[in-house]
Design a protein around this ligand. Structure first.
Ligand SMILES: CC(C)(COP(=O)(O)OP(=O)(O)OC[C@H]1O[C@@H](n2cnc3c(N)ncnc32)[C@H](O)[C@@H]1OP(=O)(O)O)[C@@H](O)C(=O)NCCC(=O)NCCS
Length: 166
């Protein structure tokens, strides 16, 4: 393979399953994006609870991740993050599409999530995928260290296609 072909190949996004070994770089991406501020214990709890966790990379280190909880009736997107240096290149959409596929494969027809009203980039992404607001959780997010104010969460839902798994 020549150099140009190799670089084209390595730039294709690739999904990979995450485990507790990945917690350090997941925490680092959280720190860089400063939106949900999951800490080490949140990731560890999530892995121990068996949540569905995937990373995305382009041949090198992880550039983003998502975690989904599949309940027997609905799935819930717990977190989705793309490194600031890799944003607006389609990786968020790539991860969200995978989250929706995994939820459908788990046999669920709905995917829920919470988002801050102020998080315009995430809201635009969810809107692209057909998520609609179905609720509001007052004061859901912990207090902003600068303003001391808690922030509400919008509860969004997308309807998923029924997938044939056989
Ligand atoms: C939200 C997030 C995951 C999006 O990831 P991304 O890789 O930048 O998203 P994509 O490049 O796939 O963009 C997909 C669509 O989302 C929307 N979008 C993403 N970033 C946007 C921005 N800064 N401004 C406006 N729209 C934006 C656009 O509709 C975009 O489609 P387009 O590029 O064709 O216009 C990323 O911004 C992120 O990690 N933010 C910090 C963590 C976070 O807020 N997570 C969500 C918690 S609920």
């Amino acid at each position: 393979m020549n150099l140009r072909a190799a670089s084209l190949f390595s730039s294709a996004p690739e999904l990979f399953p995450l485990s507790e070994r990945d917690v350090p770089w997941l925490c680092e991406l959280e720190r860089q994006t400063r939106v949900s501020l999951w800490q080490e214990r949140h990731f560890v709890d999530s892995f121990q609870a068996g949540h569905d966790a995937w990373g995305v990379r382009r041949g090198g280190a992880g550039l983003g991740f998502m975690l989904v909880l599949h309940a027997p009736d609905v799935s819930h997107l717990l977190n989705i993050v793309v490194a600031p240096t890799a944003q607006r290149q389609g990786l968020g959409a790539f991860l969200l599409r995978h989250a929706m596929t995994r939820a459908a494969l788990a046999g669920n027809t709905e995917l829920f999530l919470e988002v801050r009203p102020s998080n315009k980039m995430a809201r635009a992404l969810y809107q692209d995928f057909g998520f609609q607001q179905v609720g509001l959780r007052k004061g859901y997010y912990s207090a902003d260290p600068q303003t001391g104010a808690r922030e509400d969460a919008l509860v969004l839902r997308a309807t998923l296609p029924i997938l044939e798994t056989t």
